[in-house]
Design a protein around this ligand. Structure first.
Ligand code: SF4
Ligand code: SF4
Length: 394
């Protein structure tokens, strides 16, 4: 395993961190604790020592805490988790959530604690008004929080303001070759590093989009340079080639994926990409950008929708329709919307209530984008045609 030093604390962190948001699920949609345990143990065995979870990742803190306790791993891993600041309306709430998280994680301290998903500077100002700075100082003094940071999905300007708004120990940003100038972006990454902060990178594969389902022409650009490396390996290596990146988080949910990521982590050192590599990435970016119409990462933050619409799945179908063809996208849309069942949730069921919009870290205008989905994947004849098919099948 490649290790990078947290420039602030001197901690030796594995360049590959485990993103526990995407632990494998059972058929009922709960975390498969046995599979998650096998993955965590394999990761630790391969040298991964940074595990990232959050209060809002359903079941993730509990499962991770149980695995760490059962296997006596607390001394060998760093735990990162996050405060659901949107649910904090008083000073006491900060303590309440942290207490729940310490119980779930079966520990008395959080190594890396983040204010979760800051999307605007005003959100931080609201927390300051509630007394978060005093609270952080108290918790760091007591040892319940070792290092404090924030995860960020807002504008670059707001990221720069956040960097200077508090004496942070670290920060976490979305960064990948398709988002080099999006959100904090490269300028934010460099600014954080200049201030001596370790930078944790999330979404290196943009919710898996840079791993599977790339346009064939984009994959060909990579294959021209290195036919043996997968698109995922290219995307991870690109992030690790930045010396300012301390840890890259990957939400690995099978052992093969974990093994591949570890293998890439071992060789993807800072500055390890050649000019030819960078040219291949630039060419692929040009091709991919033309194909991905809605920049949804599948994070699910916008869910649940009061109308039951599976927002990320519909966007995935829409993007697919530009990459692998309209028919493939339409088929995916029919499956994702449950259009063949009695309880379908179509793009046209959106009532534009806006509940999802303020939760989306990618700032997608969900209702407007769903209108696009409807126009492309739900032609007027689709619902009656499906009704006929259903009747015949019955
Ligand atoms: S705007 Fe549409 S998609 Fe978003 S939560 Fe409301 S009904 Fe659901
Ligand atoms: S629409 Fe936004 S919040 Fe919802 S899954 Fe996509 S990126 Fe996440």
């Amino acid at each position: 395993m490649q290790y990078r030093i947290d420039p602030r604390s001197g901690a030796r962190l594995s360049a590959l961190g485990y993103g526990c948001m995407r632990f494998p699920l059972t058929a009922l949609g709960r975390i498969d604790a046995d599979k998650a345990e096998a993955l965590v143990l394999d990761a630790v065995g391969k040298g991964v020592n940074y595990f990232d979870t959050a209060y809002l990742y359903r079941g993730s803190e509990e499962v991770l805490g149980a695995i760490i306790e059962k296997n006596g791993l607390r001394g060998s891993v760093h735990i990162a988790t996050k405060l659901p600041h949107g649910s904090c309306t008083s000073f006491e709430d900060f303590d309440r959530f942290l207490g729940i998280q310490l119980d779930r994680l079966r520990t008395d301290r959080i190594d890396y604690y983040l204010v979760h998903n800051i999307m605007s500077f005003e959100q931080w100002e609201r927390l300051v008004d509630l007394g978060i700075e005093r609270w952080i100082s108290e918790k760091k003094r007591s040892g319940a929080i070792e290092r404090i940071g924030f995860s960020f999905h807002g504008s670059q300007d707001d990221f720069m303001r956040m960097l200077d708004a508090y004496d942070w120990d670290f920060c976490q940003i979305q960064y990948n070759y398709l988002n080099e100038n999006y959100q904090a972006g490269r300028a934010g990454l460099e600014a954080a590093a200049e201030r001596g902060l370790p930078v944790i990178v999330m979404e290196p594969l943009l919710g898996g989009k840079l791993a599977g389902g790339l346009p064939r022409d984009a994959v060909r650009e990579f294959e021209k340079v290195d036919p043996s490396a997968s698109p995922a390996a290219w995307a991870l290596a690109w992030v690790w080639s930045h010396p300012q990146v301390t840890v890259l988080l990957s939400g690995m949910n099978d052992l093969d994926q974990l093994a591949e990521n570890v293998a890439v982590a071992e060789r993807a050192l800072p500055g390890s990409m050649s000019e030819a590599d960078h040219a291949a990435v630039a060419a692929a970016v040009g091709i991919i950008s033309e194909s991905y119409r809605v920049p949804c990462t599948g994070c699910n933050y916008c869910m649940p929708c009061p109308k039951g619409i599976n927002i990320p799945a519909l966007f995935s179908a829409y993007n697919t329709s530009f990459v692998t063809g309209r028919f493939a996208g339409m088929y995916q849309y029919v499956v994702a919307s449950g259009a063949m069942g009695d309880n379908s949730r179509l793009a046209s069921d959106c009532i534009s209530c806006g509940a999802c919009v303020k939760k989306c870290p990618q700032r997608i205008d969900v209702p407007a984008s769903l209108s696009e989905v409807r126009r492309r994947l739900q032609p007027f004849f689709l619902p009656p045609a499906l009704e006929v098919v259903k009747r015949v099948m019955r």
